[in-house]
Write a protein that binds this ligand. Structure first.
Ligand code: PEP
Ligand code: MG
Length: 889
């Protein structure tokens, strides 16, 4: 099989790039494929060849020596390069020099190895000096080569070579490398040779073919270097892809003042502006630009003037090469129909292209470019929709840390709710409220949060917890509120008594300022300045296009009118989940809820419920108003009981006051209600089955509110009542009968019937399996994939943070299954329940309201199984709109 492909050079010499494998990134790697592509559209690419990724995979698996076949293919390709360039590899008179670079399917910047100036030895260096007419350049190139080869291929410490260079400069009293003369470089080469001999007990290889194979081997090996492995893990890149190797004739940016090297983007990767953006250096080689040894200069005059910089831009210093470069930029953008990230070299006035690829960009730039390129006729709307990463929109929806600001990172936790916030540390919810009422910005820091902390979370700019995962109380509530949150930062230890906080060996006190970044989980000392989001212009345009191309509806998980309003602004088309227990977190209501839970008889319970009814009704009325005409799925009470039980003595004292019962009595009752495993305990519809009066009250509040709103005119309520944690058809049957009965009563009382639906969550494996039967009772299913994941995996959603990270690192799960749906496993249950539900009730409405409803990969799966809608927290609504459109395309 052909595994070596040549590219570049004079088309007249019969360059053939017609084999589709050559331009296939999976075969030739990104760099190889693009070099071939550039050569075939007539751009100036130094000739070379690509050894495919298959050879790398084979080499790493078999660990054997290279095959005769590969050696023969490489020899033939090298001969082709020699013929094209008119120089011979290893020729002492006029040597061909090559670069050897890696090139995986996707770019892995700086992760793998490169060797430049390969083919130099004690003889060819003299030839290079003669043909270039520049002795200094030849010896400088040789010492660079020895240094790079010794580091990358021979594995010697590059510090030894740098030290030798420093000593040489010191001896001569030089400050910069540029002061080194030809003889100085030559003497340094002698030093380097000594270092190599001493370190490896053998001389530096003089045989150029041996050099070439050494470099090829090193590039293959670098695929499995530690840093490449880490990068792969962080970027979900499979280990079995391997890297290609590109061997290419050298061109030199360091041949004097008519030579240069640079990197450039065809548009500004930070802002998206249509302006060339980049840097270049006169008389330098590629690594000088990246290594920061010399300060690179601006590409365009406009950029230089804007920065008020002195050294001439490329546009001014090399107008002809610059004009050629600008022509190439335009050609490349038109060809690839995307912003390109380019490396180039100018050798004695002639421009050479060394690389092009789609450039990485900020979310803001991605939006601007996508929208503008449609306007320019470069791409169509579909392409624009597909080009923006939905998750990147997150950067635009919350204030973000000023990327230019310095930061001192203290520790990291989970990026539980995006956005950045700074404020004074407070260790309890009441203090948060007190500080906030004085106008202070605060960060609430807790071991973990509970419903009693809600007011403090609300008062805070952000929340930091030491324990808890991505679906912990803090994470879910913070996302709902749009508060930044870092959860599970296990290095944080809190001492409530002394009001101090320890992070590693740093002690902080209440009132000290910290900053959290809920988009990456970082916790920083002091205040790091932020920048505000902008949601207009390109953002709005792209969203409109996305809406026109998606099939699924996007709803929101929200329970306060404020959240509902915000979600509508973000484009929500209904409420997919209104968690009514969250409506009880208010300090006053929680007392009534506790009375209800701790009640020992129906009468006391009803008395407590009677206090809650008007409050619930008022909430629902407001929600129906805000969401007029849009479906509102209201879930009946589903509290894991422990979230509501009082813990602190003052809570018991307060409750005793309110109920007239003794503290001891209440404590005994609370102890009776204690559950060993509350997540699998007396929650969800089990509460409704055992205490029907609770659901009765809620149903009444919903229907009374709907009737009031309908009567008042103006707004149209569309209630969908949802029963949680159903496992059997009978549960739903009993509770649906109860809801229908209350509806009938209220409609009779008010004389104002309202359309409504009763449906259920599918969040237990049994419910998924029995979906066919359950659909006889339920008009809709909403997949509660938080609990469905918890119960299918048998992994506690509140405790998993401690062990899921290593699980992901070891590849047991591709991603945290509480963040991105376990499609293989849990997904089967979703698919099966959807099928069985539809078989019973063809028009059944299907949606998802677990956290996965805001995750693009999970949304793509929902599209595949044909759900009608996804529901996500307000700030995730735009992400879901875009992801749903991408899934439909
Ligand atoms: C779920 O389980 O997925 C769900 C949405 O319900 P909750 O998170 O409130 O348990
Ligand atoms: Mg649930």
């Amino acid at each position: 099989m052909k595994t070596v492909y040549t590219f570049g050079g004079d088309p007249v010499l019969g360059q053939d790039h017609s084999d589709p494998r050559q331009k296939d990134k999976t075969v030739s790697g990104g760099k190889g494929a693009n070099l071939a592509e550039m050569a075939s559209i007539g751009l100036p690419v130094p000739p070379g060849f690509t050894i495919t990724t298959e050879e790398c995979v084979k080499y790493l698996q078999e660990g054997a020596d290279f095959s005769d076949d590969l050696r023969a293919q490489v020899a033939a390709a090298l001969a082709h390069v020699e013929a094209t360039v008119g120089k011979k590899f290893g020729d002492a008179g006029d040597p061909l020099l090559v670069s050897v670079r890696s090139g995986a399917r996707v770019s892995m910047p700086g992760m793998m190895d490169t060797v430049l100036n390969l083919g130099l030895n004690d003889a060819t260096v003299e030839g290079l000096a003669t043909t270039s007419g520049d002795e200094r350049f030849a010896w400088d190139s040789y010492r660079r080569f020895i240094q790079m080869y010794s580091d990358v291929v021979l594995g010697l410490d590059h510090g030894l070579f740098e030290e030798a260079l420093e000593v040489a400069k010191e001896d001569k009293g030089y400050y910069a490398d540029t002061e080194m003369e030809a003889e100085d470089w030559q003497a340094l080469v002698g030093e380097y040779m000594g270092i190599v001999q001493q370190e490896q007990g053998a001389p530096f290889p003089q045989d150029v073919t041996e050099q070439l194979w050494g470099a090829i081997r090193a590039v293959f090996d670098s695929w499995d270097s530690d840093r490449a492995k880490v990068y792969r893990r962080l970027n979900d890149i499979p280990a079995d892809w391997g890297t290609a190797v590109n061997v290419q004739a050298m061109v030199f940016g360091n041949m004097g003042d008519t030579s240069a090297t640079g990197v450039a983007f065809t548009r500004d990767p930070a802002t998206g502006e249509r302006a060339y953006y980049g840097e270049y250096l006169i008389n330098a080689q590629g690594e000088d630009v990246v290594a920061g040894i010399r300060t690179p200069q601006y590409l365009t005059r406009a950029a230089r003037e804007k920065a008020g910089a002195k050294p001439l831009s490329m546009e001014e210093a090399m107008p002809e090469a610059y004009a050629e470069l600008a022509r190439v930029f335009d050609l490349l953008e038109r060809h690839y129909k995307d912003m390109q990230d380019i490396e180039f070299t100018v050798e004695r006035g002639k421009l050479w292209m060394l690389q092009t690829r789609s450039g990485k960009r900020t979310a803001k730039a991605a939006l601007k470019m996508a929208v503008e390129m449609v306007g320019e006729g470069l791409i169509d709307e579909r392409t624009a929709i597909l080009r923006v990463d939905p998750m990147a929109l997150d950067q635009l929806l919350h204030p973000t840390l000023d990327p230019k600001a310095p930061r001192e990172v203290l520790t990291s936790g989970l990026p539980a709710s995006p956005g950045a916030a700074s404020g004074k540390i407070v260790l309890d919810a009441d203090t948060a409220e007190t500080f906030a009422s004085r106008g202070d910005k605060v960060i609430l820091v807790r071991v973990e949060t509970s419903p009693e902390d809600i007011h403090g979370m609300h008062a805070a700019q952000g929340i930091l917890t030491a324990r808890g995962g991505m679906t912990s109380h803090a994470a879910v509530v913070a996302r709902g509120m749009g508060r930044p949150c870092v959860s599970g930062a296990s290095a944080v230890s809190i001492d409530r008594a002394s009001k101090t906080l320890r992070i590693g060996n740093r002690e902080l006190r209440e009132g000290d300022v910290i900053t959290i970044d809920g988009s990456n989980g970082q916790v920083m000392a002091g205040e790091v300045p932020t920048v505000e989001p902008e949601l207009v212009g390109d953002f709005g345009t792209l969203m409109e296009w996305a809406d026109a191309h998606r099939r699924m509806k996007v709803r929101t998980n929200a329970e306060t009118p404020a959240d509902c309003r915000m979600a509508r602004q973000f484009g929500a088309e209904g409420i997919g989940l209104c968690r009514t227990e969250h409506m009880f977190f208010d300090a006053r209501r929680i007392r009534a809820v506790r009375q209800m839970i701790l009640a020992e008889d129906e009468k006391t319970r009803r008395a407590a419920l009677a206090k809650l009814l008007p409050e619930q009704r008022a909430d629902f009325r407001e929600i129906f108003d805000v969401m007029s005409g849009l479906p509102c799925t209201i879930r009946l009470l589903d509290p894991p009981l422990h979230e509501f039980l009082p813990h602190a003595d003052e809570d018991f004292a307060e409750l005793a006051d309110a109920t007239g019962l003794g503290v001891d009595h209440l404590k005994r009752r609370a102890a009776e209600l204690h559950e060993f495993n509350p997540m699998l305990g007396h929650r969800g519809c089990r509460l409704g089955i055992t205490f029907p009066e609770i659901y009765e009250m809620q149903a009444r509040a919903i229907f009374e509110a709907a009737c009031e709103v309908a009567k008042a005119g103006g707004a149209t309520p569309v209630p969908e009542i949802m029963v949680p944690l159903v496992a059997t058809k009978r549960e739903l049957e009993l509770l649906k009968a109860l809801i229908d009965r209350v509806a009938k009563q209220v409609f009779e009382e008010t004389g104002c019937p309202v359309e409504y639906l009763v449906g259920t969550m599918i969040e237990l494996p049994r419910a998924a399996l029995m979906a066919g039967e359950i659909a006889q009772e339920g008009a809709f299913f909403s997949f509660g994939t938080n609990d469905l994941t918890q119960t299918t995996l048998g992994v506690s959603r509140d405790d998993s943070a401690r062990f899921l990270a290593p699980y992901v690192e070891k590849g047991i799960f591709p991603r945290d299954p509480f963040v991105s749906l376990d499609i293989e496993g849990v997904g089967q249950l979703v698919e099966l329940a959807a099928e069985r539900g539809r078989a019973t009730r063809p028009d059944i409405k299907l949606g998802i309201c677990g956290e996965h409803g805001g995750d693009p990969a999970s949304i793509a799966f929902c599209e595949k199984v044909g759900l009608d809608y996804v529901s996500a927290s307000p700030y995730r609504v735009p992400i879901a709109r875009l992801a749903a459109a991408q899934a439909a395309l």
